[in-house]
Design a protein around this ligand. Structure first.
Ligand code: GLN
Length: 543
């Protein structure tokens, strides 16, 4: 019978519950256990797929095409397992299942209520992931205790302990211990209130994880232990870390995994050596390299979370510290006019939706192309690079994507046939893992060291095959396609040090100890560019 760990949060949002769950997941995996993680989100949207990145950050895509919460990205990066759409459930999706059952008559005429019908469905979701081959399921409950919409989730996880037995459940509550400047003190009262709130819902936490800027004193830990009625060893301090990958080591040092295993009666020892090697690499990555990220949602860096982590992973591999310069795509043309992008070592053009800022992405693609600056395009980034090439090399004036100019004379990026006329904005894109075949001797095939690769997708528009010949004659290489050769998946530019793009989202598959090949090569080329900046004249695009 799998063991269950539930992670709740209090006092404030964005405390790092996801990173706590992920780090614990890694520690349990380092004990040889099979671990999976899931997130329960109390909001009503069916999934985050239609949510504004400004509000909710990145949408993380799973292999099976689930559009999920960004915490799943942390989970995958830390436990190094591919999760599925079932690893994220929202209030909306839970109600949808219950309503469908009600319409089918499954409830035999009973009044359908939050308790037991919604709570039963929540328990069912938790048990569904436990059916895989796993020893431990870690379930993070989004939001904070005290929120109205979290109540059914707290009730369900409270009942869960009875369902599977006391020794099989551990509750972890993550809180904030703020530092109050004028009194010069760390304050435990918010933690006490938060635990009181949790208890009023019938849940006594086994472990309290206290987030703080500076380390908590022993006295404070003892106080929290007394006030909140948890063992002294169960007060775990997570003071701000230098980097997130250090967290599993910090949590182990604090005794988190030992205590949790005690509660759950799990034997065994942890072997930290492989993770210690990851952290050593992170700390040795000091050679600075500056990458311009040309984005539309840069005010909320979480909108690009996996891209940022992938850049860092690639840096770890090369011993390089990646400094990201956040460049608002709308400002690119102005910056170029002032000659202000020349100091960059490389450029990344990530994905996005909608017209705003696209011209800036196209201008950045052109600048990189003409100045031999390494550039990686992802999804919309590929589309921007194709538009630049069509307009400025193939001479197709006004070429565009029909997403931005439905009347364009040269729709080099267009809707896929099956996407035409779809009004439903949720879950209707080309989603999830798709295979691509890479051309022998191409830069991408060399990077992957493979000619058949699988990447995750999330887009409606595609390279328009009608223009493939026109662009290829001018030197663009469509170096990866779908296995049936119908869809262009990768492009590159022979003769350019690194002007490479993919229609997919490679950032979802990078790991701290296994950087994604395209990011790895972008950073390699950017380090090279920094050492010997080349000018446009030194690049022979005809070769
Ligand atoms: N907006 C583009 C499309 O739908 C690109 C999407 C993306 O970058 N994820 O095809």
């Amino acid at each position: 019978m799998p063991k269950h760990i539930f992670v709740t949060g209090g006092v404030a949002s964005s405390l790092g519950k996801g990173l706590t769950a992920s780090s614990l997941g890694r520690l349990l995996k380092l004990r040889g256990l099979r671990v999976t993680l899931q997130k329960l989100d109390p909001y009503i949207n069916l999934d985050p797929g239609t949510m504004n990145p400004f509000e909710h950050g990145e949408v993380f895509v799973t292999d099976d095409g689930g559009e999920t919460d960004l915490d799943l990205g942390h989970y995958e990066r830390f436990i190094d397992e591919n999760l599925s759409r079932n690893s994220n459930a929202t209030t909306g999706s839970i109600y949808q299942s219950v309503m469908a059952a009600e319409r089918r008559g499954d409830y035999l005429g009973k009044t359908v209520q939050v308790i037991p019908h919604i709570t039963d469905e929540i328990k069912h979701r938790v048990q569904r992931v436990a059916q895989q081959d796993v020893d431990v399921v870690i379930t993070e409950v989004g939001g904070t205790v005290g929120d109205i919409e979290i109540l059914p989730f707290l009730e369900a996880i409270r009942q869960f302990r009875n369902l599977v037995g006391r020794d099989n459940v551990c509750y972890i509550h993550v809180t904030l211990v703020p530092f109050i400047g004028p009194s010069g003190e760390q304050k435990t009262k918010p933690t006490q209130h938060s635990v009181t709130e949790l208890r009023s819902r019938g849940i006594q936490p086994d472990v309290i994880v206290c987030r703080s800027e500076e380390a908590l004193s022993d006295d404070l830990k003892t106080k929290i232990s007394n006030m909140c009625d948890v063992e002294r060893a169960a007060v775990i301090n997570a003071a701000d870390a230098r980097n997130i990958y250090e967290l599993p080591l910090i949590f182990h040092e604090e005794g988190l995994d030992d205590f949790v295993c005690n509660v759950l009666r799990i034997d065994g020892e942890v072997d930290l050596s492989s993770w210690q090697r990851v952290v050593d690499k992170v700390e040795a990555a000091t050679d600075p390299v500056t990458i311009g990220l040309i984005g539309k949602y840069i005010e909320l860096p979480d909108a690009y979370l996996s891209v940022v982590e992938s850049l860092k992973h690639a840096g770890f591999h090369h011993g390089a510290k990646v400094e990201i310069e956040w460049i608002q795509s709308e400002s690119v043309e102005g910056l170029l006019a002032d000659g202000q992008l020349g100091h960059l070592d490389g450029i990344i053009i990530p994905g996005g939706f909608g017209h705003r800022g696209v011209e800036g992405k196209i201008a950045a693609a052109r600048y990189a192309r003409e100045n031999a600056m390494p550039c990686l395009g992802i999804c919309l980034g590929l589309q921007a690079m194709v538009i630049d090439f069509a307009r400025n090399v193939s001479g197709l004036a006004g070429a565009n994507s029909t997403e931005f100019d439905p009347q364009t004379k040269y729709p080099v990026i267009d809707l896929m046939l099956e996407q035409r006329g779809i009004e439903d904005k949720g879950g209707t894109m080309r989603l999830g893992a798709h295979y691509a075949v890479l051309a022998n001797e191409s830069q991408v095939a060399k990077a992957y060291d493979e000619t058949v690769v699988s990447e995750r997708h999330r887009h409606r528009y595609e390279f328009n095959d009608r223009f493939r010949a026109a662009l290829e004659t001018e030197g663009l290489w469509c170096s990866g396609t779908s296995p049936d050769n119908q869809l262009v998946e990768f492009i590159e530019l022979p003769g350019h040090p690194f002007w490479v793009a993919t229609q997919a989202h490679p950032e979802f598959k990078s790991r701290p100890d296994r950087p994604h090949p395209l990011f790895r090569e972008l950073i390699a080329a950017s380090l090279e560019h920094r050492r010997s900046p080349r000018t446009a004249t030194s690049v022979d695009l005809t070769s």
